[in-house]
Ligand binder design. Structure first.
Ligand code: HEC
Length: 148
């Protein structure tokens, strides 16, 4: 009787551990997903206001004038430079997916570090890309090191 009781107790304790472990895992995942969803949604709005008149809503760019952002190899290879150019602008020759562009993009200086984190999260995930939410502190530290 006694041993049966302690077996039952052990069983209950084990169950609780398993349930707690599973629950804490899923709630952590959930938190992460919510943050990148939130950044993505905000970033989409900011992108459409600040960027889409040149790069277009769907990120395709416009002819030889404005380079594409969707599926751009420049995005894949220049994460930090993308953050810098959003804030500080860029001019001179630039090659995206084998096509040369040479116009100037003015920096959008009014954007806060948080807004840049949201925009970058959006453009790196909107068109088939996959990247975790970009942290504000990451944006701030990249911006501090931009060569103007
Ligand atoms: C007035 C038009 C204009 C606006 C608005 C604009 N851009 Fe650009 N963007 C350009 C041009 C032109 C270039 C190419 C610059 C060069 O040739 O050196 C460029 C280059 C880029 C590039 C690097 C090349 C590529 O396509 O991968 C990225 C990334 C980019 N812009 C993102 C943005 C984002 C994000 C915003 C909004 C926050 C934005 N741009 C707003 C015109 C614009």
């Amino acid at each position: 009787m006694c041993s049966k009781y302690s077996q039952l107790l052990l069983f209950i304790v084990c169950c609780n551990i398993v349930v707690a472990a599973v629950f804490s895992c899923t709630s952590k995942e959930h938190k992460k997903a919510t943050k990148s969803d939130q950044y993505f949604v905000q970033g989409k709005v900011l992108y459409e206001v600040n960027c889409s008149n040149c790069h277009q809503k769907n990120g395709t760019g416009l002819g030889r004038l404005y380079p594409p952002i969707a599926k751009s190899d420049f995005l894949d290879n220049h994460f930090e430079e993308v953050i810098c150019l959003i804030k500080n602008g860029k001019e001179g020759e630039l090659i995206v997916n084998g096509t040369q562009y040479n116009m100037a993009m003015k920096g959008i200086t009014k954007l806060t570090d948080l807004e840049i984190a949201e925009i970058v999260t959006y453009i790196y995930n909107a068109w088939g890309g996959q990247r975790e939410a970009v942290e504000v502190k990451e944006v701030s530290s990249v911006l501090a090191g931009c060569s103007k």
